[in-house]
Structure formats: C-alpha cells, structure tokens
Design a protein around this ligand. Structure first.
Ligand code: B16
Ligand code: MG
Length: 221
C-alpha cells in the first residue's frame, strides 16, 4: 500500500494525557474509597469514559444506578478538564509535530481518530488544531474502539479510502479498531503489548516519511 492519509490517536500518541486521566480518576476513587493504582489505569487507555468508569466500579466491586454513573463521570470529567485546560504546547510528545508537518508538506492528509470527547480542547490548548484535515473524536461517534467507527469516520472526513490510511495508535483496542477498518497500523509503545500492529515504534520521534514509505511497501491490504 501507499498511504494517502495518516490517522493519529491523540492520548498516548501526540500528547500524554494518561496522567491527567489518572489524577482525575484517582480523585474520584479516593472519594468513593476504591483502591485504584497506576497499573489499573493502564486498563483505561483508549477506552471510552463510561467504559472506564465501569472498569473502576468493577475493581471496587460496586453496583450503582445509571444516574449515579452519570454523576461520577461528570465529576471526573470536570476535574480532568481542569487539568487539561492548563496544558501547553510543551506537552506535545517528541517528534509528533515534525512528523505531522513533514506529512503535510508531502500532501499526505493528516487526521485525528480519538475516543476522547475533549479532543478539540486538547488540540486547541497545545496549539495544533489547525494542522489537521479531519478530526474524528468521541463527540461524533457512537461505538468505542475496538469498533472501527472512529477511524472509518476520520478517513471519510479526510476523503481517503481506508486501505490508503495508516493509523498510529498506543492502545490494544485502537490497534484492533484500525485493523478491522482495513487500515495499516503502526503501534506506538511496546511490541510485547501491541502484538497485532503491523509494526511498533516507541514514539513518533522514531518516524519520518522515508521510514513510512519503507514500512508500507511490505503491507497488502
Ligand atoms: P474523555 P484516545 C482516550 O483517548 C483515552 O485513551 C482514554 O483513557 C479516555 O477514557 C478516552 O479517550 C475518553 O476520554 O473522557 O476525554 O472523553 O487514546 O482514543 O485518544
Ligand atoms: Mg491512545
């Protein structure tokens, strides 16, 4: 394949918001008396807000009604928004900006495919909202990763067929979503965890257009 669009997951690929999610969930779990660790937080990566809450309630062995769940999710999100509203461009992960700009200069479309409903605010705070041709996020999709909806939507918005798209993703559920969408997937993180990705690199600082062109040569979609 030869990529005409690159679709980036946001949290864990372009910015490291996982620690803000952790701090906000930790405030909630402390309030509820649930023991919640950074290791537990790993299970929430790439998972939607409500699905994350379900995991937390399961860890704490709590059963609560729908109204209470909404209340908890809102409480956590308000704290999270408070943290991310203070984010600055320094928090863009190394190499991301350079790679995205290189792709744009080569006329390759760049898009976001994120589960987060806070995507526009994060992109705006770190000053990169205008760099993207398309932003598909938790506000416009109804099915969370591993469902491919968010990546298919990003491809459609960018005007590129799925088999001409490469997804960069740090979560197992996101890698599955990309593959089900019929796209090439480059995992960001560890090979031992992202076993299904076509390739894995530790971070976008290890990516450039020449490397992408080499990797995609071996991929048939
Ligand atoms: P929000 P991604 C995901 O973003 C996060 O990895 C996940 O931890 C979070 O629960 C989810 O967004 C929803 O975020 O509460 O802001 O809507 O990795 O898909 O960019
Ligand atoms: Mg992610």
């Amino acid at each position: 394949m030869q990529a005409a669009a690159c679709i980036f997951d946001l949290d864990g690929v372009i910015v490291d918001t996982a620690r803000y999610h952790y701090l906000a969930w930790k405030r909630l779990t402390d309030q509820l008396g649930i023991h919640f660790t950074e290791e537990d937080n790993e299970r929430l990566k790439g998972v939607s807000r409500m699905a994350s809450l379900e995991i937390i309630l399961e860890i704490g062995n709590r059963k609560v009604d729908e109204r209470q769940k909404q209340e908890y999710a809102t409480l956590k999100n308000n704290w999270y928004v408070d943290y991310i509203s203070k984010m600055t461009p320094d928090e863009i992960l190394p190499g991301s900006l350079e790679f995205i700009k290189e792709l744009r200069n080569a006329n390759i479309r760049v898009a976001i495919g994120s589960a987060s409903k806070n995507t526009p605010m994060i992109l705006e705070r770190v000053g990169i909202l205008k760099l993207f041709d398309a932003v598909a996020d938790g506000n416009i999709i109804s099915k969370a990763k591993p469902n491919p909806e968010v990546f298919l939507k990003a491809a459609e918005m960018a005007g590129i067929k799925p088999r001409k798209c490469v997804v960069f993703e740090d979560a197992v559920a996101g890698v599955q979503a990309a593959l089900t969408a019929g796209m090439m997937c480059i995992g960001i993180g560890s090979r031992g965890i992202l076993t299904q990705a076509h390739f894995v690199v530790p971070g976008l600082n290890e990516m450039n257009l020449a490397k992408l062109r080499t990797l995609e040569k071996d991929i048939q979609l």
